[in-house]
Ligand binder design. Structure first.
Ligand SMILES: [Mg+2]
Length: 463
């Protein structure tokens, strides 16, 4: 029996805000979520090809008295799943392969898989050893193209890592929806969930199968008479907030309704900027300066959050239609020189690529991102690097220190100018540290402060 007193205070529904009733087509398929099927069992089959296509379970230790932590899809028709006791599994499927877990090996294969997928699209966030979200560029957000990209990823994994590592891929406007899409077809699924498919495409999903709805939230939802997906869908953001008892509810609501929200700075997985190019900057050489300025701005924020990045991506929109993108990986760094060098490499690749097709096109927009962020010294990987390559780490710290000093001076200048009022566009050119003469970028064009009124070359720094 449920008493009225237990009910959380849920605000009444309002008419939806204008910003929340944007046409469904405004929510692009920007996320590709990949979930490896029975991952530990898959790695065992990968390393022991004689087990391919056979029932396999993985156990936490070499003991008959434990339960499976993974079961291959071939074991499942026998009624064997995660949690099944080894003795029961042997009874249900005589001859089943019982493999003790090798976690270090699963990490190695995880890295191989991420490297392979990042040859196709940039990583947004690793959720666990067998789940990660990737970002689809604007030119790939058409459902057919997104499916093509996903198929290329699967083929790449089969060819370059191994056919035993099967996955389910979901493509949707947000990470939450993409994960739910990936869950729809297992194993080896590929599911696109468009905004206009909602809510009906998910109406049968049990609430507790949705990430973000644990037992506690499920109980609170039940007390608010939200017992199925359709009722969940009808909630408004402020009602979700009241039920969750925190801003997490509102964030969940946004994820569910196709609006990607920015994560907390400390949980950031990428920092970047995007700019639509006006006529003045649409020539590739001009656009390159804009891209460099955007990257410097992102790098300054990276240092502000005391984080390191480990990859940089560039995507451009090509007029009248089309796009191009690339990414580079590197050891964790805060050094803008390194980022600029890699950006220039990608830019040269872009131009070479386009030249093969004819004269260089006009560009409609540029986006740069720093990915693979980690708090300074936080990751095991960084610790390893620190021991393995003290000289590189020291050099990076020295250069980052230099850039940090410039960041600080520019922040001081900003604060001063803010007290004195907004400077003119002309005055603005003089407000930041500038290292040599170069007809640069009109700052007011960017509409936001950037670290430099012009973009320095590494050689201009003496140290
Ligand atoms: Mg999985």
């Amino acid at each position: 029996m449920r008493s009225e007193r237990e009910k959380p205070e849920i605000p009444d529904a309002d008419p939806p805000a204008a910003s929340l009733v944007a046409p469904a087509t405004d929510r692009p398929l920007s996320c590709l979520f990949i979930d490896f099927n029975a991952y530990f069992a898959g790695v065992e089959q990968h390393d022991h090809p004689e087990l391919m296509g056979k029932p396999v379970i993985v156990t936490p230790l070499a003991s008959e008295h434990t339960g499976a932590i993974a079961a291959s899809y071939e074991a499942r028709p026998f009624g064997i799943k995660r949690g099944t006791k080894v003795a029961d599994a042997r009874k249900l499927c005589p001859g089943i392969a019982v493999m003790p877990a090798r976690h270090d090996r699963y990490v190695v294969v995880h890295k191989q898989l991420m490297t392979e997928i990042e040859r196709h699209i940039p990583l947004e966030k690793v959720y666990s050893i067998d789940e990660a979200a990737f970002r689809l560029s604007r030119s790939e957000q058409d459902p057919a193209r997104a499916m093509d990209t996903a198929r290329r990823i699967k083929e790449g994994i089969t060819r370059n890592v191994g056919p035993a590592l099967r996955s389910s891929i979901g493509i949707a406007p947000t990470r939450l929806l993409a994960k739910l899409a990936a869950e729809r077809v297992k194993p080896d699924g590929l599911t696109v969930l468009r905004q206009e498919d909602l809510p009906h495409a998910l109406e049968d999903i049990p609430l507790t199968d949705i990430p973000g709805i644990g037992a506690g939230v499920a109980a609170r939802l039940a007390r608010a008479d939200v017992n199925n997906f359709m009722a969940l869908w009808r909630l408004q953001p402020k009602q979700a907030r009241a039920i969750w008892g925190s801003v997490m509810g509102e964030r969940f609501w946004h994820g569910l309704h196709g609006f990607e929200t920015v994560e907390e700075p400390t949980k950031k997985s990428m920092i970047g900027h995007s700019r639509v190019l006006t006529r003045e900057h649409e020539a590739p050489e001009k656009a390159r300066i804009v891209a460099r300025a955007l990257l410097l701005k992102a790098a300054s924020r990276l240092r502000h959050y005391e984080m390191h990045a480990s990859s940089v991506s560039l995507s451009v929109r090509i007029r009248p239609e089309g796009g191009w993108q690339s990414a580079r990986r590197f050891k964790h760094s805060q050094d803008s020189f390194l980022f600029l060098k890699l950006l220039d490499e990608m830019w040269a690749e872009l131009c070479a690529n386009q030249r093969r097709k004819g004269p260089l096109p006009r560009l409609g927009g540029v986006t740069v991102y720093l990915h693979g962020l980690a708090k300074c010294g936080e990751t095991a990987l960084e610790q390893l690097e620190l021991f393995a390559e003290p000289e590189r780490v020291e050099k990076d710290a020295r250069r980052a220190g230099l850039w940090k000093a410039i960041d600080d001076i520019n922040a001081d200048l900003d604060a001063k100018f803010q007290r004195l009022g907004t400077p003119t566009a002309k005055g603005e050119h003089k407000r930041h540290i500038s290292l040599a003469s170069q007809s640069g970028l009109a700052l007011n064009y960017l509409g936001v402060k950037i670290a430099f009124s012009r973009v320095p070359e590494e050689a201009e720094f003496l140290y």
